[in-house]
Design a protein around this ligand. Sequence first.
Ligand code: NAD
Length: 285
Amino acid sequence: MTARIIDGNALSAKLRGELAAKAAELTAKGTQPCLAVILVGGDSASAVYVRNKVAGCEKAGIKSLKFEYPQDAAPADVLGKIAELNADPSVHGILVQLPLPKHFDEKAVLEAISVEKDVDGFHAENVGRLSQGQEAFIPCTPNGVMEMLKSIETPLRGAEAVVIGRSNIVGKPMAMLLTAAGATVTVCHSGTRDLNFHTRRADILVAAIGKPKFVTGDMVRPGAVVIDVGINRLPDGKLCGDVDFDSAKDVAGAITPVPGGVGPMTITMLLANTVESASRAARKA
Ligand code: NAD
């Protein structure tokens, strides 16, 4: 059996086309969606992510503002910029690229972003709202995964879903979204005793570990939907996921590739949250 490939580039292109139409409509009515991105330090992976986010905005007709700070920037300067952007009605989304340098209190920075402009969905209030099923900005990566599952009509109600990883930005919100959709969710992590026991029961297996090719074909239930969130750089410079694609594709029913899977969907959902924030602002105005 060879798995169906869930093409994140194709799905992104379709969704971004729809978002561009919405952005144009809002712009015509006087509210051009605008995303402000803050980058602190010279981490090369972060710089690439920011570049891709800015380029994604441009293509969709979303205005983007980029603010760069050196590695030794004073946290007060960044917090001051966030306060300024919070107060600016022409800005609808504020994103601080993580990770921040060690002398920053990451939590304090994320909490400084206005809940209404928190398009990454990392503010504690948005996390709480999501957990209670209230309207919230949903973190982009797990939201993109849900769109991918929807695109292949994966049955979620009653499905056994296993998420490997419990980070605040991927694993935990992923588990919340799958639970809300009616799946029975198991969250595995570095302390899980018998990982294979869990993964082999999964109808839906989401890998968000940060270890190249960690999930091998023998860990996958035949026919399962395998979502690979991982982005790892190999010594030869190539990207690979947390799933060993070659062995897993022969067992899974559907699988996401890396690159070209969850990665582009993450940016697409960021654009979607920015457009949504702009349309909420337009409605209020
Ligand atoms: P993280 O380091 O914060 O969390 C990793 C999780 O994996 C932890 O909860 C840990 O308990 C678990 N883990 C580690 N070793 C394990 C083991 N042996 N068995 C079971 N669980 C184990 O990472 P993160 O921020 O959640 O990111 C995970 C991966 O997803 C990384 O490769 C990251 O680059 C990638 N990522 C991709 C996107 C995207 O847009 N596609 C977005 C965010 C993160």
